[in-house]
Design a protein around this ligand. Structure first.
Ligand code: CP
Length: 318
């Protein structure tokens, strides 16, 4: 593996899951792989889980790890070519990337969608610049259109907790006070479309995701109908993808907040969310605190998904 930005980079997900469960049994089996190798994690946005789990995964593999928070302590970076740099950004990303790359062996990048310029976001301009100009293996720690480390951890969690061979998995939109990117639902859809599950997406009209991520998933605008018989409910807010409303909030309808009312029609479904989550906007206290909630297990599996990915990138540097 040379880069990790989407499910296709994993190859067979059956093999990837097998590797994940082997690593989970013995996290330190491949410590020799990272000896004298350095992992650089570059954050353009805040993080709790990604930062800690990815650093832990690198350490499990014997790597030295470095973290750069672009928003605090680094020069503000210009990301577009052709700009006259007379504003508040003293360094261009096209110099910064090769400089950062000269200090490390593998680079993880977190760079959210700006939600202003759809083309800039959906061309994955920032992470693709790291891939093009670093000369090093690069992996996504959530980019503009995808969060594949999260979705891989979610797949591992579903595999661990499923009670039927082909569970029904429902991705539901839920309200949020701020406009959020589509990265998490995009990647979750990407992975579920590859997995052996019945996959349904439910959201209010206007919140349709990009067709390349929805693919063959069922789309149901009636949330209760979508929840009927579900084994897993994955809640997430996202802003509008479709023009002319890209990046905006179309609804704050609290009837979409996942509560006992909707969970009652499921097949005693597990509740999932990538965290951080706004309680009583996305999900009620009672649902997230229920024994069927898997939010902590998902977060714990972030260490495992990151370790599979970094291990494969390291193997490619040998
Ligand atoms: N789920 C997730 O990526 O969490 P952080 O934003 O805290 O890293």
């Amino acid at each position: 593996m040379k880069t990790y930005t989407n499910v296709k980079d994993l190859g067979s997900i059956t093999e990837a899951l097998k590797e994940a469960f082997e690593i989970k049994k013995n996290r330190f089996a491949h410590k020799y792989l990272g000896e004298n190798k350095t992992l650089l994690m570059v954050f353009f946005n805040s993080s709790l889980r990604t930062r800690l789990s990815t650093q832990k995964a690198g350490m499990n593999l014997g790597m030295n790890t470095m973290v750069l928070d672009i928003q605090s302590g680094a020069w503000k970076l210009e990301t577009e070519r052709g700009v006259v740099m007379d504003g508040d950004k003293p360094e261009h990303i096209l110099e910064a990337i090769p400089v950062m790359a000269s200090y490390c062996d593998i680079i993880g990048v977190r760079a959210f969608a700006g939600l202003v310029d759809k083309a800039f976001d959906y061309q994955e301009t920032i992470i693709n610049q790291f891939i093009a100009y670093s000369g090093k293996p690069v992996f996504s720690m959530e980019a503009a259109t995808g969060h594949p480390l999260q979705a891989f951890a979610d797949l591992i969690t579903i595999e661990e907790y499923k009670k039927t061979a082909r569970p029904k998995v429902v991705l539901t939109w839920a309200p949020h006070p701020k406009a959020l990117p589509q990265a998490v639902p995009n990647s979750f859809a990407d992975f579920m479309n590859e997995a052996d599950v019945e996959f349904v997406i439910t959201h209010p009209e206007g919140y349709e995701l990009a067709p390349q991520f929805v693919r063959n998933a069922g789309v149901e605008y009636d949330q209760i109908k979508a929840f009927e018989g579900a084994d897993f409910i994955y809640a997430k807010n996202w802003s509008a993808y479709q023009d002319p409303h890209y990046g905006t909030i179309l609804s704050t309808d609290r009837s979409w907040t996942v509560s006992d009312r909707q969970m009652a029609v499921t097949h005693e479904a597990h509740f999932m969310h990538c965290l951080p989550v706004r309680r009583n906007m996305i999900v009620s206290d009672s649902v997230i605190e229920n024994a069927q909630s898997l939010v902590i297990q998902q977060a714990a599996n972030r260490e495992i998904s990151a370790q599979v990915v970094i291990k494969r990138l390291l193997e490619n540097t040998l």
